[in-house]
Design a protein around this ligand. Structure first.
Ligand code: CMP
Length: 471
């Protein structure tokens, strides 16, 4: 702002000095050639009149320029008028004023003839100004198209930067290393230009990689939450975290986020990366780097805690397995299979055959039935709850859909393992038949289409026994 004011002051001083110098020179010519022949003398006498008129013409053009571009553009439209438009306008009005003045002061000369007879001169000037004119017309077409404005970030050729001005000759860019690059208009017209408009939500992609052992659902949640409140990340659109590739030694991710001020994307990218680092660290997730996995078997006196111990631990907390001894729990845990499901995945589909049941180790699932074609949740099951027992113990098709609400780890227990347990714990069949009866009653209440099954008759327990070959 201060710089442009100083510029204006300099221009005014220059203008006043030039005018004074011209007036002095004229005075000198006037007094020196006072004794010229009559005709020449009259022509010379017109010079100061012409200069004075030109001076007034100049002031008129400046005033018109200020009125149109400063008042209309800056104050009413709220942005600076393009320099090129200003210059072209000024040049045109100057030319018109010049012609009018010349015709009025030197009416004895024919301006038209002057221009037509100077065709050769025009060709020479045209050739000399070929590049300049090329830039000029490319500049005009850029202005007509208005593909970008001052303040937008553009990529043109190998240059990236913020547009500072568009003149009749070049586009002035300020690069992100604070250098000025001038891209000539004719070059810009030949290149493809990528524009990130200033008043637009422009997006960026930042890449990172995690270990294959890290959970995708957890990574998505952790990274998205870490990035969304970073400075300059727009809160109008939630960042998107997604897997872009399964790399050699990492799950390759990208995060797409939208910026409030695109011109600061370098800083914001860096901040986003920093946030990701801290978030992964806090949540026990690990950045991947080229790795080779070696499995070492350690001999140790103390028996290490195994996955089976953990499964047995979880099963002991499930109410129907409470009567089982530690040994039986270990037997059962050996026969279980661990599965992880992503949010939204279906674990059980209504109507399918089923010969296993599931215990939720961690996460949450929804039990859903179809209510006139739309899914309705009848129960939400979480850590330590079980499902899928109905089909397993009655031999009937699955009664409902079971869908993971969040990332969910479950233990699957098959028919053979349960049969073994029933033989050693006949009472188990009774507590399971209670659960099934309750759930079937729920289902019947929740859906008009739910069919009363054999389990709703008093013979559920005996049918379980029959199904498993128990006495
Ligand atoms: P199954 O019929 O094998 O498959 C669907 C499972 O959803 C079913 O076993 C039950 O374990 C479970 N389920 C059905 N209804 C309910 C309910 N009301 N509450 C909890 N779980 C249910």
């Amino acid at each position: 702002m201060a710089a442009s004011q100083a510029n204006r002051k300099n221009r005014i001083i220059l203008f006043v000095l030039t005018t004074v110098a011209t007036a002095l020179a004229l005075y000198f010519v006037w007094s020196h050639f006072g004794g010229l022949p009559k005709g020449d003398h009259a022509k010379l006498q017109k010079i100061p009149i012409f200069v004075l008129a030109a001076l007034l013409g100049y002031l008129f053009v400046r005033a018109l320029n200020a009125a149109i571009f400063d008042l209309i553009f800056r104050f009413r439209k709220g942005y600076e008028a393009p320099t090129l438009a200003r210059n072209v306008f000024t040049l045109l009005v100057f030319a018109i004023v010049f012609v009018i003045l010349f015709r009025n002061v030197y009416f004895e000369y024919d301006l038209g003839a002057l221009f037509t007879t100077s065709a050769i001169f025009g060709v020479i000037i045209g050739l000399a100004l070929q590049d300049t004119l090329g830039n000029f017309f490319a500049g005009i077409s850029l202005h007509a198209d208005r593909p970008f404005q001052v303040g937008d970030v553009i990529v043109v050729g190998s240059h990236v930067g913020v547009v500072e001005s568009i003149t009749w000759r070049a586009i002035k860019l300020r690069t992100f290393t604070n250098r000025i690059v001038l891209v000539s208009n004719s070059n810009a017209a030949r290149e493809s230009i990528e524009v990130s408009p200033r008043n637009n939500l422009n997006a960026r992609l930042v890449f990172f990689g995690t270990l294959y052992s890290d959970s995708p659902a957890k990574t998505i949640h952790v990274v998205r939450e870490a990035v969304r409140d970073a400075d300059n990340v727009s809160d109008k659109i939630t960042p998107i975290v997604r897997i872009r590739n399964f790399g050699d030694s990492s799950i390759d991710w990208e995060i797409k986020y939208w910026l409030e001020d695109y011109a600061k994307y370098n800083d914001t990218d860096a901040l986003v990366r920093q946030r990701i680092w801290y978030a992964l660290r806090r949540n026990g997730l690990t950045f991947a780097f080229p790795t080779r996995t070696l499995y070492l078997e350690r001999q140790s006196a103390a028996r290490p805690i195994t996955a089976e111990d953990q499964i047995a631990d979880r099963l002991s907390a499930v109410d129907i397995f409470a009567p089982l001894s530690p040994d039986e729990l270990r037997q059962l845990s050996k026969a279980t299979v661990v599965h992880v499901f992503a949010p939204g995945e279906t674990l059980i589909r209504a109507g399918d055959e089923g010969s296993s049941m599931f215990v939720v180790h961690n996460g949450r699932v929804a039990v859903q039935i179809s209510d006139r074609g739309t899914p309705r949740t009848v129960a939400s099951l979480t850590d330590g709850n079980f499902f899928g027992e109905m089909a397993l113990f009655t031999g009937e098709p699955r009664t409902a859909n079971v869908v993971a609400v969040e990332e969910t780890e479950v233990f699957e227990i098959g028919h053979a393992a349960m049969k073994h347990i029933f033989h050693t714990n006949p009472d188990l069949a009774e507590s399971i038949s209670w659960t099934i009866t309750e759930r079937q009653a729920d289902l019947a209440r929740g859906s008009e289409s739910a069919q009363p099954s054999i389990a709703q008759s008093a013979g559920l327990l005996s049918s379980i026994k029959r199904f498993f070959g128990l006495r």
